[in-house]
Design a binder for this molecule. Structure first.
Ligand code: 5RP
Length: 232
């Protein structure tokens, strides 16, 4: 799995710290990305040690890793709805963290991630210090219907942003998400009021999901050079 920014040892510390908080019997949302992958590996070790959990994957990549780690999987719709167990905890990475608000979707998995992370009773973010910032300012990944690409780019421009179609690194063509859609990375400069932008993006026809996660995180585990800082 691709590693973006930060030191891998710090990401591992964050992932392992979050995995330690999981209890026997928990249904656990399994995030996407290199930091969440460390948590999934640590959960695999706990499963080997006899802890009984069930995982809900947020992407094809996290599903594959969970299978490798022998973590039993369930679909989100098997554990949600009337009288269902629900998701106890979700552990997921982030591209940027500001006072608990996040930009996600560097791996293009933010639609399923938001579904699972927001459903969980407790959403634990795992990150390294390179993800921390005072104000969010990275481009916001937006998953769009293929035919809505131009419409959404126009709406982003009207909101003083600039949308760029995400292209595959080694292939000549756009990135296609696990859900079969396209991604626009939308630069707005600094985002001092992410809540307003959430409303703008959510009201734009053709937007399936965006990578702003505002007010969703319960804990942030930041792996550092010599330990883990937990922000609640
Ligand atoms: C995927 C994500 C990832 O969690 C985010 O990109 C962080 O990845 P990494 O831990 O590899 O830095 O949102 O859609």
């Amino acid at each position: 799995m691709k590693t973006s920014g930060g030191s891998d040892a710090m990401k591992r510390r964050a992932g392992e710290s979050a995995a330690e908080t999981i209890e026997d019997g928990d249904v656990v949302g399994l995030g996407t990305g290199s930091t969440a992958a460390h948590a999934i590996r640590a959960l695999g070790e706990r499963v080997d040690a006899g802890v009984e959990i069930r995982g809900v994957a947020t992407s094809f990549a996290s599903r594959e890793l969970a299978i490798e780690e022998r973590i039993p999987l369930v679909d989100l719709d098997e554990v949600t709805g009337p009288d269902a167990a629900g998701v106890d905890v979700a552990i997921d990475g982030a591209d940027q963290v500001a006072a608990g608000d996040l930009i996600k979707g560097g791996g293009g998995a933010h639609a399923r991630e938001k579904l699972v992370d927001s459903t969980a009773d407790r959403f634990v973010v795992v990150a390294d210090p390179s993800k921390e910032t005072a104000v969010l300012d990275r481009p916001v990944p937006v998953e769009v219907l293929a035919s809505a690409r131009g419409v959404v780019a126009d709406a982003v421009r009207a909101a003083d942003g600039e949308a760029t179609l995400r292209r595959a690194e080694r292939k000549d063509g756009p990135v296609v998400t696990d859900n079969g859609n396209l991604l626009l990375d939308c630069a707005f400069g600094t985002i001092p009021d992410p809540g307003t932008l959430v409303t703008t993006l959510a009201e734009t026809p053709g937007v399936l999901e965006h990578g702003l996660f505002v007010g969703l995180a319960d804990e942030v585990h930041v792996g550092t050079a010599d330990g883990v800082r937990v922000l609640e």
